[in-house]
Design a protein around this ligand. Structure first.
Ligand code: MN
Length: 739
């Protein structure tokens, strides 16, 4: 490698040097050099050397005023993933310390989302980001700087789908996060850049509308600004005034999403006045209201009541002498810094410090989000609670002991109970606000003192799930039901599913329902149908989430059944056709019988009972056709023997096992359910046993039953019995009897 050159970062190093010993320049240079070496030979899609990206990210981190370790991590943020051969966790830890490694590792784990199941993957990615961030908030700050540069250079990506999906993710996840962290400047740029890719036409419309009005706005503001500056100077307050034009995206939202006409956007023109102290803010506010008439209802005091992201400022909208409304924002330099850089501003001069209350406050909501997400099986629900956590407005209420509890606007006293402690929520039976008993769905206001009445051995009610408004409370209630009431949950879940299946209009048997539910459960990554019922029962899974899958699986089952029936019908037809095509076979079974006192005469087997070797037999001397052999228990034989007129013609007979022929005819009558496929399964069973089938006839079915008469070739009684028992094992066969 050639001599180290710091030319690309010379300006950055010069700037950092002006801060004396606040930055470890040697360490920063080492991080830069390692990044150069690691990314050597790598290029971005735009063709630039890859290292230009980490340099730009580090640049933004420097602008935010973050510390040495954050800057080093920014230089190295892509090395673990992209250059595993030359940068390992151990190398980072040894050369740059644990903190740098943790930040790089945290940023690395927030992978880009390119997997098929985008939504679930996205949530997994947010979850990891939140976990890493809860350990060190610098992770998310570096990640936002990374995303900002990727958005600034998104045009270099060749694939339009990728551009779009990155822009969507920026709009859905990163811009809201930047907002929640109070990093307004980054948030606005992320939104505008994302909009440029998501709706280029709308973006163009808004910017040209802004351009068209810019001249006029400047005229308006020039006059107003001059008046304000004169007034402030005469009062001796030192101040800075800047113009502000609303961001393209916030105008876009007001126009397209809220449907406001351009003319009605009062804060389109704005002046920002920055002063030294809070007192001066209110003094300036008074002067503004003396100079211009204000629009009622447009004054907001975010100094006394900061936004959840700690934004503080006074906002008022006044009307210029030309009759054009504009907004004035008044704040101190300190507030301004917070407004622009948010959590990063508070990191600024306190490198490595962990006890900063501002940073702690930011970590608190992140910790809450992680806690609330843990048991959510439902990605939509998670995204919803993520958004709510990020965008929510908060109220401050008190416990009877005077502790402050922060609640989302609209939270109920049940939410309050769960915010104090899970057990307080679970055991709650009522609540008092300012000493007065209130219904449990009451929403407290800032400043209320709330007392929760509890009773041991008490549990939450399922209705509460419809009352609470915070996902924390909802999750804790679900957890309780999940833990305490599995069998009840399963019943509730089962009912809900049965209802839904009925709604689909199919009557499924219990076995079929079970099959469908199991398939759905497995698609949701669960082990059993019961797990799914349970999840539905305790509310961890919403019906709307599985309705589509239920429909899919029901349709699939019906389709399979149809296919099976069709196959079976084809098999039945084939089985019958086989016998129709084949010539009737006849076995010669005249051997093996010894008829006492009738040696040498013609012996034939009676058709009424087709005796088999082994059957007790009896012979009947016919008139001219030799001896006909019956089974001893053949009804004809029994009747004949007892008939005095023919008794003498019955002769005893027995088998001569040495001379029996190989096969004898045996007639079977099979009683079977009249079902498609029944015939095929009988002939299949016979074929499996290699039984020769001599004839097969089916009788017209009656009462859902069919009689099938089959003549088979048998060796002896034992063979016959084995055939019968095998046939009885066929599912559709009800009984088999010998004719
Ligand atoms: Mn990167």
């Amino acid at each position: 490698m050639s001599e180290p050159t710091f030319a690309p970062i010379a300006d950055m190093l010069d700037l950092l040097a002006t801060f004396g010993d606040r930055y470890d320049l040697e360490k920063i240079k080492r991080a830069y050099l390692l990044a150069c070496r690691a990314h050597e030979g790598q290029f971005r899609q735009s063709g630039e050397p890859y290292v230009s990206h980490p340099i730009a990210v580090a640049q933004t981190v420097v602008e935010l005023g973050l510390d040495t370790d954050s800057i080093c991590a920014a230089f190295l943020h892509d090395t673990l993933e992209d250059c595993p051969d030359c940068v390992t966790p151990d190398i980072l830890k040894e050369q740059f310390g644990e903190d740098v490694f943790l930040i790089v590792d945290g940023v690395t784990k927030i992978l880009q989302i390119e997997v098929e199941n985008r939504e679930e993957q996205q949530i997994e990615s947010i979850r990891k980001m939140m976990l890493a961030t809860s350990k060190d908030i610098r992770v998310i700050i570096v990640k936002l700087c990374d995303r900002l540069h990727n958005m600034r250079t998104l045009g270099g990506k060749k694939n339009e789908d990728r551009q779009r999906s990155i822009a969507v993710e920026t709009m859905r996840v990163y811009a809201p996060l930047a907002h929640r962290l109070g990093m307004q400047r980054i948030k606005l740029e992320l939104e505008n850049l994302a909009l440029l890719y998501l709706d280029p036409v709308g973006y163009e419309e808004v910017t040209s509308a802004v351009d068209a009005r810019f001249g006029r706005s400047r005229d308006v503001l020039v006059g107003a600004r001059k008046a304000i500056e004169e007034k402030l100077r005469s009062s001796g307050i030192s101040f800075t005034v800047t113009d502000r034009i609303k961001s393209v995206y916030s105008l876009y939202r007001k126009i397209y999403e809220l449907g406001k006409p351009f003319e009605e956007i009062f804060d389109f023109y704005a002046l920002r006045i920055i002063v030294n102290t809070v007192e001066e803010c209110y003094t300036v506010l008074g002067m503004i209201h003396e100079l211009f008439s204000s629009i009622p209802g447009r004054f907001k005091d975010y100094i006394n009541r900061p936004k959840p992201n700690m934004y503080r400022s006074l906002h008022t909208t006044v009307v210029s002498r030309d009759g054009i409304p504009f907004e004035v924002q008044i704040r101190t330099y300190e507030m301004h810094k917070t407004a622009e850089f948010g959590v990063a501003a508070h990191w600024r001069y306190k490198s490595g410090e962990r006890g900063n209350p501002y940073v702690d406050a930011q970590l608190a909501w992140i910790a809450r989000l992680i806690e609330s997400e843990e048991n959510i099986d439902d990605p939509e629900e998670y995204m919803h609670s993520f958004k709510k956590t990020i965008f929510r407005e908060e109220i401050f209420v008190f416990t009877p002991k005077g502790d402050i509890i922060t609640l989302a606007q609209g939270a109920t006293v049940i939410d309050f109970a769960y915010a104090i402690h899970t057990e307080v929520g679970n055991k709650m039976i009522g609540a008092k606000i300012n000493g007065v008993i209130v219904p449990i769905d009451r929403t407290p206001q800032t400043g209320d003192v709330i007392e929760i009445l509890t009773q041991s051995n008490h549990g939450p009610s399922r209705d509460w799930l419809n009352i609470v408004t915070t996902s924390e409370a909802r999750n804790k209630i679900r957890q309780w039901f999940k833990r305490e009431k599995r069998s009840e949950n399963i019943e509730v879940g089962k009912e809900a599913v049965t209802r839904e299946l009925r709604r689909l209009g199919h009557a499924f048997t219990a076995a079929e329902t079970e099959e469908i539910i199991l398939a759905v459960a497995q698609r949701m990554g669960m082990q059993s149908a019961e797990d799914l019922y349970n999840a539905i029962g305790y509310g961890g899974m919403t019906m709307s989430r599985i309705a589509v899958k239920l429909r899919d699986e029901s349709t699939r089952l019906l389709k399979n059944q149809e296919e099976r029936q069709r196959d079976a019908a084809v098999a039945d037809a084939a089985a019958l056709a086989d016998f129709k095509d084949s010539k009737p076979k006849r076995l010669k079974n005249d051997g093996g019988i010894v008829v006492d006192g009738a040696t040498g005469c013609l012996v034939k087997f009676a058709k009424c009972c087709t005796p088999l070797p082994g059957d007790p037999v009896i012979g009947f001397v016919t008139k001219g056709f030799g001896v006909s052999v019956h089974k001893r228990d053949c009804p004809n034989a029994v009747k004949g023997v007892s008939d005095p007129e023919q008794a003498d013609r019955w002769l005893s007979a027995h088998w001569d096992m040495q001379s029996v022929s190989t096969l004898y005819e045996a007639a079977l009558s099979v009683l079977s359910q009249d079902k498609i496929g029944a015939l095929a399964s009988i002939t299949t069973a016979l074929a499996e046993m290699k039984v020769s089938v001599l004839s097969l006839t089916t009788m017209p079915p009656k009462d859902g039953m069919a009689v099938i008469n089959i003549t088979v070739g048998c060796r002896d009684v034992a063979h016959y019995n084995s055939i019968v028992s095998h046939l009885r094992s066929v599912k559709t066969v009800v009984s088999v009897k010998r004719n």
